[in-house]
Design a protein around this ligand. Structure first.
Ligand code: FPP
Length: 241
């Protein structure tokens, strides 16, 4: 795709389910955490590539509400990796014009991680070149439950009429309230399902599934997928002339 075509794609929101870290590590006889570590390197490359490729919003699934079922060692390792990455990458993210946000239930995370989320969100709040959102302790159904509770509380308090509940009001209660819906959802590693990732927000998204494991997901692979997306027609349930 040429630069002009890419410019036409400017403002894209791409969401990624970064799957296959464990399999990548195990196939090499390495501990699973080494797969996640390699996954962070691929994520950094994708973040760097986004502005050139017309992607203004990037949302990634880093830890689901179901991931707590993994071994204690893997969960602790992932949590330390999140904290370490935030501390280590803050300066670079700021330099690259990345605005960081986190979605998911923060109350289930350690106070240290909660503080780091608030710190880097604050630090990068003025950036607009790339809006990067990381889903940690995120589950789409859990997000909808939390939103529904907030709406019910307002109705019970008499500050909201049930008839006033509509799609906009629900969307405004979600963790993603400040983001546009994703245009494209990519899942790596050959699994073909959305696993509770942005179910409300992806109602009209395109989906791309690649067999490539996340630790092998290169910029070239990202470009190929974006090019294929650029050629697709989006109709949002309507018809085109
Ligand atoms: C899925 O692979 C991947 C994860 C659960 C973790 C993804 C996290 C990162 C790549 C790091 C993100 C870091 C920051 C700082 C945002 P899997 O373990 O399910 O792989 P498998 O299906 O092969 O077992």
């Amino acid at each position: 795709m040429n630069t002009a075509d890419r410019k036409a794609l400017r403002g894209l929101h791409v969401a990624i389910i970064m799957d296959g870290n464990g399999r990548w590590a195990q196939s090499r006889g390495l501990p699973r955490l080494m797969g996640h570590r390699e996954g962070v390197r691929r994520l950094k490359e994708v973040v760097r590539a986004c502005p050139d490729l017309g992607v203004q919003y990037l949302t990634v699934y880093a830890f689901s509400t179901e991931n707590w079922r993994r071994s204690r060692r893997e969960v602790t390792g992932l949590m330390s990796m999140f904290a370490r990455s935030i501390r280590r990458e803050a300066r670079e993210l700021l330099k690259q014009g990345v605005r960081m946000r986190f979605v998911g239930d923060r109350t289930g995370l350690s106070p240290v991680l909660q503080d780091l989320f608030a710190w880097i969100e604050d630090l990068t709040a003025g950036n607009t070149r790339l809006h990067m959102t990381v889903a940690i302790n995120y589950g789409g159904r859990d997000e909808l439950v939390r939103a529904t509770r907030a709406i019910c509380a307002a109705v019970a308090a008499g500050t909201l009429r049930p008839e006033a509940v509509n799609e906009e009001l629900i969307a405004a209660q979600l963790d993603t309230r400040d983001l546009p819906d994703p245009d494209l959802v990519i899942r790596t590693s050959g699994e073909v399902r959305s696993s509770n990732f942005l179910p409300w927000q992806s109602a009209y998204s395109e989906f791309e599934f690649t067999p490539v494991l996340w630790p092998e997901f290169t910029r070239a692979e990202f470009e190929t997928i974006l090019d294929a997306y650029g050629l697709r027609e989006r109709r949002f349930g309507g018809v085109t002339a």
